[in-house]
Write a protein that binds this ligand. Structure first.
Ligand code: AMP
Length: 294
């Protein structure tokens, strides 16, 4: 018989602090916006393997949506999310409402520098301010030894790592590999909005990234040619509306003319009203299952 541990749900900062006061250490935190899927579950398992107490936050953070309609239509199903947390042996779920995180009079924004500016930062103004602000609050409230994030949002991990370092927050940021559908599409809460035709077309993101990776593995070091390679594959798909393709320095995220150092291949593509992102690291020295640095 399998025993399923009970997950405690708290909704206020005070309840969270009280629940954590005598929690067994180390504590592992998995911040999410809910509508949980296998990608989130992999983070929970990573946390479970290394922590005595696992905390999952479920909070659709209005400040990281630069388009209001994207926030309102973001999928939500708390009952299903909680059941999933229970199955994964999560000890504590923090599911606050917006006013609990941003009470009246809230006036601080955490704004991370250069690494937050290109790519997603340029395409979604204000997005990383919202992310860094909420994650700083969560890191402070939970005081976890480690927090777990997905490689799918590679720039987000870099922004959070920079924020934690600069603000002297003692939570270690752990990156977990991207979980995919069998056809290569990265799992995302947003995939639910794809029409059947768009869903069928969406694996083109992965194909474009793998083509760039293959070319790079075969010795191509011209950044523009690698970007072109991805762009051409994406534009062969009529439903794909390319927002950006990038081959950037994996540390600074500056676009590379010559790929003479570890690089991040990344792209953002719209299918109708749904925006998808994905990435692949071009580096001979990484590729392990749990990567603690990018
Ligand atoms: P979200 O709920 O979309 O804000 O994501 C919460 C966390 O799950 C973030 O650290 C994401 O990077 C991570 N995540 C989302 N999708 C995946 C995926 N397909 N594989 C691994 N991690 C993911």
């Amino acid at each position: 018989m399998t025993e399923v541990a009970k997950t405690t749900v708290v909704r206020t900062r005070a309840e969270l602090r009280a629940a954590l006061a005598d929690a067994a250490r180390p504590v592992g935190l998995v911040p999410t916006m809910g509508w949980l899927h296998e990608g989130h579950r992999a983070l929970m398992r990573g946390a479970r393997a290394e922590s005595a107490t696992v905390v999952v936050s479920i909070f659709v953070n209005p400040r990281q949506f630069n388009v209001a309609s994207d926030f309102t239509r973001y999928p939500r199903n708390e009952a299903r999310d909680l059941a999933m947390c229970e199955v994964e042996g999560v000890d504590l779920v923090f599911a606050p409402d917006v006013e609990e995180i941003y009470p009246p009079g809230f006036a601080t924004t955490v704004s991370v520098g250069a690494v937050a500016l290109p790519l997603e930062g340029a395409a979604r103004p204000g997005h990383f301010d919202g992310v860094a602000t909420v994650v700083a609050i969560l890191f402070d409230l939970v005081g976890a030894e480690r927090a777990y994030f997905g490689q799918k949002d590679a720039q987000q991990v870099m922004v959070i790592r920079q924020m934690a370092r600069d603000l002297a927050i003692g939570t270690e940021v752990v990156t977990c590999p991207t979980i995919r559908e069998p056809d290569g599409l990265a799992l995302s809460s947003r995939n639910v909005h794809l029409t059947p035709d768009e869903r069928a077309a969406a694996p083109v993101l992965r194909r474009a990234l793998l083509a760039a990776r293959d070319a790079w593995r075969a010795g191509e070091r011209d950044g523009e040619r690698l970007r072109d390679e991805m762009f051409e594959i994406l534009t062969q798909e009529p439903l794909a509306d390319v927002e950006y393709v990038s081959i950037a320095d994996a540390v600074t995220l500056e676009e590379l003319t010559t790929v003479d150092r570890p690089a991040l291949a990344s792209l953002a593509v719209r299918f109708g009203t749904t925006r998808l992102i994905d990435n692949e690291i071009l580096d001979t020295t990484t590729g392990t299952a749990t990567d603690r640095g990018l």
